[in-house]
Ligand binder design. Sequence first.
Ligand code: PLP
Length: 394
Amino acid sequence: MVTQRVKGMSYAIRDVAAVANEIKKTGKIVYQLNIGDPVIFDFKTPDYISQALADATFAGQNFYVDSLGVRELREEICIYEKKKNNVDLKADDVMITSGVTEGIFFVLASLLESKNELLIPGPSYPVYINYSKFFDGVPVEYELDEDDLWEPNIDDIRKKISDKTQAILICSPNNPTGIVYSKNKIKQIIDLAGEYDVPILSDEIYDQITFEKDYVCPASLTNDVPIIGMNGFSKAHLATGWRMGYIYYHDLRNKLAELKEAVEKMARARLCANSIAQYAAIEAIKNPGPHTEEMVKKLRERRDYSFKRIKQIEGLSCNNADGAFYLFPKIDFKEFSKWKNDKEFVIDLLKNTGICTVFGSGFGTYGKDHFRITFLPDLNTLETVYNLLEDFLK
Ligand code: PLP
């Protein structure tokens, strides 16, 4: 009684959580290093943003708002993007979504059908794969090269781009690898997109969470190739549960008019995004507090600690993360022949130590032989976790 298109969906992060829940029922501690949600750790939604949400509801902003989003928020996003990334936008180029997730859903719904293709980074954030297939498209993974610090392999993109390609997706800073794509690589991807006359989809949800390497916004590098940027308030503004995001079109040659209209049609069909969260989002970007900077400072310390501990474990190798909050270590199965694959490894680790991570093959074919571990927890928890991991692997 259930459609094939939904049966075919899988989400490794949640799959592991199901096993974790079983373990929790037995009374054992589970260390949730599988979920990229800062708000479940010691990062709190700033009070002034929460206050703005409460104020909005008491002020009676509890009605359906414009399907494309509250105009003032869209205007503020233009100012914010100009300041942050030097991208020129008008309010009509911006649409509010229920998180980046809904933005991806709308854009892929409008772009994909009949086995046409979307080029996505591999390893890949699973949502790109799931939604592409859901809309009868084909997600084609281009290699992020582990030997090149996970930078995108441009030759591989060139090999895989075709007249079936509808768009090239960039996710920088990247989930799960932590790479912040270098300017040079982004330029080369833009050139290829220009050559094949396809837009770039740019998932920018981690753009404020970078360490040593500077984030480069694709839209700041071109006036010719159309870019659809997707961003939101989940990570940098610590409001994951509010489901607040946006899409912007950087499209100076007006190539995306038809696509934009289609996406807006989808937005109208779902009435609107959460009204009061939009008013709170206005406050968040109009008056940026110190919360993002403070989070990055804490995360840098936690990343350095996690990276150091992983490097000390024989049989694991790892690139450090330039941004976001994940490390993606590689498992040497010659050293750890006890386990057949990354999924078995992750489940056994969880059952024996309570450490919950995500198996790499859940991030597509290039994720094989890896696992993703977040460095969001505080240093004390990380110390316990890495002691347990080290002992387990001995
Ligand atoms: N894009 C990437 C790359 C993510 O890692 C995540 C969440 O982990 C999202 C989008 C989801 O963002 P949102 O909460 O805005 O839907």
